[in-house]
Design a protein around this ligand. Structure first.
Ligand SMILES: *Cc1c(COP(=O)(O)O)cnc(C)c1O
Length: 385
């Protein structure tokens, strides 16, 4: 009966909404809208272009941007690379200093390290213990030669939320561009670039019930970037390559659904989160990391006294959950995000992340709590034996 593990790893990736899969399937085969959107010589090409531009409008609508400010990429990783490396290279004459934080996604952190090898300077802010960046801390780190600040909207391991309005205001006041990695934030927090002083913003479809392999970078009008991928000059020269029509319409549909459903999606995960936390309270020696600040309800990073996270994952055979970010699951180092907010190494190693979403049921939550309780019981018994 319960052969399928309960999927509680929505922060790593979400399943594609069946409505999205259906739209994508209509953009692949001969009877569908499969043509190259850059083909100008036939109707099939124009129809594909129309589909791409309609999706672009749906993505720009979510964040209150103009469709011409959206650049398609292969995902948030590429969008982060283009934002950081593309912006720093294009604006080198104005300054060479970048500010980010110690708990960003590797797509940002590794881009920053690559920039250091090119002679740029990087400051990595230490977050508060709740995972958020103190705006005063950012203000103190600004220098004469700072040209870009890159901070995430929602942390993928903790669920913590940054105050984008306050952080962006400091950047704007000092004439510094502000990049936001919003891969985890679409439909969860406001990303209205009409009111928020954000210049660059990365999105990913597969964290929002769309397909993997597609994302977008919002580039505010007037912001200059140096392209990283050269070719036919697609996307106004910022990102060459034949547009992946089926991926793009999938992202457009997913983002549109997220916008329509955000209230009911949020109510759903909030109720599940309360149910889960209520159940956790009944277990001994379990805590929630970074619980005290502003958080999204569907990502819960929990620590379990006296157990090792890797062993706990192995014991939770009926659950698909993870320790920290998926990109680090090959190593046994504690999560740099947890140590980055000051969680001691042993407590970080005893932590795992649960994340849920649109298709998670109350029954899934109950099964997770049940398994967790049993696993903790047997692991601790083994430990004390
Ligand atoms: C998933 C994720 C990324 C990477 O997105 P891809 O589309 O998988 O490249 C970047 N930043 C954050 C915060 C993420 O959660």
């Amino acid at each position: 009966m319960n052969a399928q593990p309960v999927y509680l790893d929505y922060a790593a990736t979400t399943p594609v909404d069946p409505r999205v899969a259906e739209v994508m399937a209509r953009h692949l085969t001969l009877d569908g809208t499969f043509a190259n959107p850059a083909s100008r010589s036939h109707m099939a090409g124009w129809l594909a272009e129309q589909a791409v531009e309609s999706a672009r409008r749906r993505v720009s609508d979510l964040i209150g941007a103009d469709p011409r400010e959206i650049v398609w990429t292969s995902g948030a990783t590429e969008a982060d690379n283009l934002a950081l490396i593309g912006y720093m290279r294009a604006n080198r004459a104005r300054g060479t200093h970048l500010i980010t934080s110690a708990i960003e996604h590797k797509a940002v952190l590794d881009s920053a390290t690559a920039l250091e090898r090119e002679g740029f300077e990087v400051t990595r802010l230490t977050p508060r213990s709740d995972g958020s960046i103190d705006p005063r801390h950012l203000a103190d780190a600004l220098r004469e030669d700072t040209v870009l600040v890159s901070l995430m909207a929602v942390n993928n391991e903790l669920g913590s939320i940054n105050d984008l309005a306050a952080l962006g205001a400091i950047c704007a006041e000092h004439g510094v561009a502000f990049h936001v990695d919003a891969a985890q934030a679409a439909g969860r927090v406001s990303l209205d670039v009409g009111t928020l002083p954000i210049d660059l913003l990365s999105l990913s479809a597969h964290k929002a019930y769309g397909p993997k392999g597609i994302g977008a970078l919002f580039v505010r009008r007037g912001v200059r970037l140096e392209a990283l991928i050269h070719g036919g000059g697609h996307e106004r020269g910022m990102r060459s390559g034949t547009l992946a029509t089926h991926q793009i319409v999938g992202m457009g549909e997913a983002i549109s659904l997220i916008e329509q459903q955000c209230d009911s999606d949020m109510r759903h995960v909030r109720a599940l989160s309360e149910r889960f936390c209520h159940g956790l309270n009944a277990l001994d020696g379990v805590w929630i990391n970074a619980a005290q600040g502003e958080r999204v309800p569907h990502i819960l990073n929990i620590g379990c006294e006296g157990v090792d996270g890797e062993s706990l994952l192995m014991a939770l055979r009926g659950l698909a959950v993870s320790t920290g970010s998926a990109c680090n699951s090959a190593s046994v180092d504690p999560s740099y995000v947890l140590t980055g907010i000051g969680v001691p190494r042993d407590r970080a190693l005893a932590s795992i992340r649960f994340s849920f979403g649109r298709f998670t049921t109350e029954n899934d939550i109950d099964r997770a709590l049940n398994e967790l309780g049993q696993a903790l019981g047997s692991l601790r018994q083994r430990e004390s034996a």
